[in-house]
Design a protein. Structure first.
Length: 68
């Protein structure tokens, strides 16, 4: 789980990138509250072979990255 709430891009993407490169998870959950981060993380995840499911949870957005 990467909790990037309260952070603006590029920090959320950098946090996700670090986690993906370090552990290569099959599934990774990410919490953000910046709309720009949703797009940028989704784009990065796709470039790394992950599909992305997005769901809103109040003011937060949960992204579930699943390795394809």
């Amino acid at each position: 789980m990467v909790d990037a709430r309260g952070l603006l891009c590029p920090m959320p993407v950098m946090m996700v990138r670090k986690e993906v490169l370090a552990t290569a998870p099959a599934v990774l959950e990410v919490l953000v509250d910046d709309p720009c981060a949703v797009e940028n993380i989704s784009r990065f995840a796709a470039s790394q072979g992950y599909s992305v499911a997005v769901s809103e949870q109040g003011n937060d957005v949960k992204l579930e990255l699943t390795k394809q």
